[in-house]
Write a protein that binds this ligand. Structure first.
Ligand SMILES: Cc1cc2nc3c(=O)[nH]c(=O)nc-3n(C[C@H](O)[C@H](O)[C@H](O)COP(=O)(O)OP(=O)(O)OC[C@H]3O[C@@H](n4cnc5c(N)ncnc54)[C@H](O)[C@@H]3O)c2cc1C
Length: 196
């Protein structure tokens, strides 16, 4: 199965993980919990109303866990390098293979730099709307790809765009993650079954 490794578990990384795992990709996420969300209170995340940043994170983490993301909380990624057709991801605790890597490390761009990703003149990682970098199979999302537009809803959108692009690559056609009311009951039922 296709392996997706996500580095960083703020809104960008968790959103990438949600879309990837929900749609059948083998998804592993590493996070050191330095997200800015712990300092924030959200009034500007459409559809959410008002919520504390840490409370938002708890809900988001539960959501990705429910959809099967293998979330390694507290495990730092120390290196990512090309290996064969994919990538070797090194953490403080082990090594992992990846077909795709989604970088979601906030404003820290070190891993993108060491992978040889191109940067723009303003020192952000160079990406298009798919969030793919100049290194095929490596995506940069959220604050690392933007000079100042640092908002949770934008990061979450970036992560979703990255995962959908990976899914489209894998399926060989544009992929849509569309749910409708008639199937919601079965998805919700599956989640309840998993928790029992
Ligand atoms: C005081 C303050 C108030 C804010 N208020 C708002 C607000 O009201 N509304 C709003 O929309 N936004 C607000 N923000 C901004 C918002 O928090 C960010 O836009 C958002 O957190 C960015 O998400 P991200 O996923 O790109 O990065 P982050 O949330 O920064 O997440 C990056 C994650 O990657 C992890 N990480 C980094 N390197 C590694 C590694 N090598 N291995 C494993 N994990 C790693 C970090 O520990 C972190 O958990 C606020 C920010 C601050 C500082």
């Amino acid at each position: 199965m296709t392996n997706v490794v996500i580095v960083g578990g703020g809104p960008a990384g968790l959103s990438a993980g949600l879309f990837a795992s929900k749609n059948g990709l083998d998804t592993t996420l590493f996070d050191t919990d330095g997200t800015w969300m712990h300092k924030a209170h959200l009034f500007n995340f459409l559809g959410v109303g008002s919520v504390g940043g840490s409370e938002f994170m708890a809900t988001a983490r539960q959501q990705v866990d429910d959809f099967g993301v293998d979330r390694h909380q507290g495990e730092k990624v120390t290196g990512v390098e090309a290996a064969g057709d994919g990538f070797a991801v090194t953490t403080e605790e082990g090594e992992y293979d990846a077909d795709y890597v989604v970088l979601a490390t906030g404003a820290n761009r070190d891993l993108a730099e060491s992978l040889g990703c191109e940067f723009d003149d303003d020192d952000t990682v160079s990406v298009g709307v798919s969030m793919e970098t100049s290194v095929e199979g490596v995506y940069a999302t959220g604050a690392m790809a933007r000079a100042e537009e640092w908002q949770a809803v934008i990061s979450a959108g970036d992560g979703a765009a990255a995962a959908l692009n990976i899914l489209s690559n894998e399926k060989g056609e544009h992929y849509h993650d569309f749910d409708v009311p008639d199937t919601a009951a079965s998805v919700f039922g599956d989640l309840i079954d998993d928790e029992e």
